[in-house]
Design a protein. Sequence first.
Length: 139
Amino acid sequence: MRFSPETAPQIAEGSVEFVHRKFGFALPYTPESLIVVDAIVDKIKATGATEQQASGLLSGLGCYTGEVLVRHAKASWRWTAEMSMTGSCRFPIVLVLPGLTGCDAIGKAFERFKDGNADGVALLYEKTVGVKLPPSRSG
């Protein structure tokens, strides 16, 4: 499926279904579920998968993160070019938040994978919305 503002929700839903089948986790589109998304990205990294091997799921988890922002932070999907972010984003879609701030949720999932425990999608949500999520209870 090609990335577009219209297909991002479908890509996110595909990820939700895959994660439920493969890992047994429900992703209910809540801000708190982004902590689980970071843990899933870390788990994929720990398997030794390459970025190329993991790219489909990482893209889907990025779209899922974006959909959480759409539902809880009044964000909307836009073309990267529309937001003048083509130089800093490798995907053709990004989010726009109130105040016309661009946000690269898909790129953040890849960044977490590449850099290990770098800032993940949960922290992206916290910084974007200004709301602290509860700490992860996973060990």
